[in-house]
Design a protein around this ligand. Structure first.
Ligand code: ADP
Length: 496
């Protein structure tokens, strides 16, 4: 396939990196397939993009929100028309199977329609004043230029969760896509431009984290930063932004537990486990990476899960019948391999998989066998640290209380799942599981765009995407209008 050269989008113009440096976007299923050549940007390019966004903010903030929303709505319609093409390109650059990349584009479509509706709401609060002949209300104001740093696992959906609410609120944006998957962000932003977004309102600088991401976080004209990625980088980003009191929204890791009780529909739980653990090749922040099994059903469930995991068809996500695509790059393969080694050294049993696939059809890509680890105990590193690969750990328990304690015994708190037919247990778990998301009789993955998305503990810093994103992308202004024609002093003139 032809190699295409892509440029940064700055102030409506497509420009190469000032330094001329580039990076290669390659297909993780076939390294001989170069998806595109992208700029490897640095602080100079970031400064130009931020200046363009700052200039565009002066007029974009004055466009009525319902008009801003109409552009997003049109973008949703265009994404629907382009869904298949963009899904194919996403599978080529990121690896996950076509059904999933179609879902990723669909999520951006859903987000466009959801957020477009906000253009006619953006609700503030109107309250009575404590003084006579005085009116009190509050309105949402845009923040300014927002810096956005995205990961590679949802290369269109996650940028849409950031860009669309920021745009409808009247902000302008500079986005740095992940170095492994810039094309899907380009496709998303190209669609916004085709839908009528004015130049400079969204700017893209592609490149590596330290060279292109760090200067974006630190630029004084960037008023807020939205980051999704690893906890290690998120912590660094938050500390850099804190130096000048910049708000940061962080979405980071997970070590998500699925609890299977002895009264659960085991076939349903099995389907959920396979989808939760091996969907997106385990490379979701919400991936099911711990399955907590009630001791009564543990043996039966384990046998069935291992057989089904071993039979999953791994391969190029563009090929029909493939269920699990490659991992995104060699570094992810190294992480999966390392964690399987750590688990085995700590006493876990490799029940299936456990290594990279390198022969025959796998020789040109970064593939890892779907892996199930048995005899895992809650204190092992494999039960506590994020792998971000197709590796799931099985842990046994005796009571729901014990299961909840194990589920909560980690530093992360993103997603959890419980399989049971007992409504009392279900509601107890909903109350007691320390996580931003809890599913009952569904796996830990599958968030919908119009609910809050995010986690507690080391998964995030309290912000939410989806419902709640407007709270990050707007700032409150309280407005008092006194029509009494005299000085009225709050807390003084109305006090008896
Ligand atoms: P992942 O595991 O998804 O690769 P990372 O946290 O490494 O998670 O990367 C997420 C995003 O953060 C990517 O776009 C990456 O380029 C960016 N990034 C990495 N290092 C830094 C940094 N020092 N400053 C800002 N962004 C960074």
């Amino acid at each position: 396939m032809a190699q295409t050269i892509y440029h940064n989008l700055i102030g409506g113009e497509w420009l190469p990196a000032k330094s001329g440096s580039t990076l290669k976007n390659i297909n993780p299923a076939d390294h001989s397939d170069v998806v595109g050549i992208f700029p490897s940007s640095d602080a100079e390019d970031v400064a130009l993009a931020v200046a363009a966004a700052k200039k565009a903010f002066a007029s974009w903030r004055l466009v009525p929100a319902p008009k801003r929303a109409e552009i997003l709505y049109r973008a949703g319609q265009l994404l629907s028309e382009r869904k298949e093409k963009y899904a194919q390109e996403m599978t080529r650059e990121m690896g996950k199977v076509l059904a999933e990349t179609r879902g990723d584009v669909q999520e951006a479509i859903d987000e466009a329609y959801y957020v477009a509706g906000e253009g006619r709401r953006l609700f503030g609060v109107t309250v009575p004043s404590e003084l006579a002949n005085k009116f009190a209300m509050s309105v949402r104001m845009p923040v300014g230029v927002i810096g956005m740093i995205a990961p590679w696992n949802f290369p269109m959906a996650i940028p849409s969760w950031k860009l669309f609410p920021a745009l409808v609120s009247g902000n302008t944006c500079v986005i740095k896509p992940a170095e492994d998957t810039p094309l899907s962000t380009y496709n998303l932003v190209q669609t916004l431009m085709d839908a009528g977004l004015p130049p400079g309102v969204v700017n893209i600088v592609s490149g590596y984290g330290p060279e292109a991401g760090a200067p974006l976080v630190e630029h004084p004209d960037v008023r807020a930063v939205s980051f999704t990625g690893s906890s290690a980088v998120g912590s660094h980003v938050a500390q850099r932004a804190a130096a000048n009191f910049k708000p940061v929204s962080l979405e980071m890791g997970g070590k998500n537990a699925m609890i299977v009780m002895n009264d659960a529909n085991l076939e349903l739980a099995l389907e959920g486990a396979l989808w939760g653990a091996f969907g997106t090749t385990g490379q979701r922040c919400t991936a099911t990476s711990r399955i907590l099994l009630h001791k009564d059903i543990a043996a039966e469930f384990t046998t069935k899960l291992v057989a089904r995991a071993a039979a999953l068809k791994v391969g190029n996500g563009l090929e029909a019948g493939v269920e699990v695509g490659p991992q995104v790059n060699e570094q992810q393969i190294e992480t999966s391999t390392r964690y399987v080694g750590i688990a085995a050294a700590e006493g876990a049993t490799i029940l299936t998989g456990g290594q990279a696939l390198t022969e025959g059809p796998y020789a040109n890509g970064t593939f890892f066998a779907p892996t199930v680890l048995g005899s895992v105990t809650p204190d092992m590193r494999i039960a506590r640290e994020e792998v971000f690969g197709p590796v799931v750990s099985l842990i046994e328990f005796s009571t729901i209380e014990e299961a909840i304690e194990i589920a909560n015994s980690i530093d992360y708190g993103l997603s959890t799942a419980l399989y049971t037919k007992d409504v009392n247990r279900a509601f107890t778990a909903i109350r007691d599981l320390e996580a931003g998301i809890t599913y009952i009789n569904a796996p830990t993955i599958g968030a919908e765009v119009h609910l809050p998305f995010g986690g507690v503990k080391q998964t995030g810093n309290g912000h939410r995407e989806g419902l709640g994103a407007l709270d990050f992308y707007t700032t409150w202004k309280s407005v008092y209008v006194d029509y009494s024609d005299k000085l009225q002093r709050a807390q003084i003139d109305n006090a008896e």
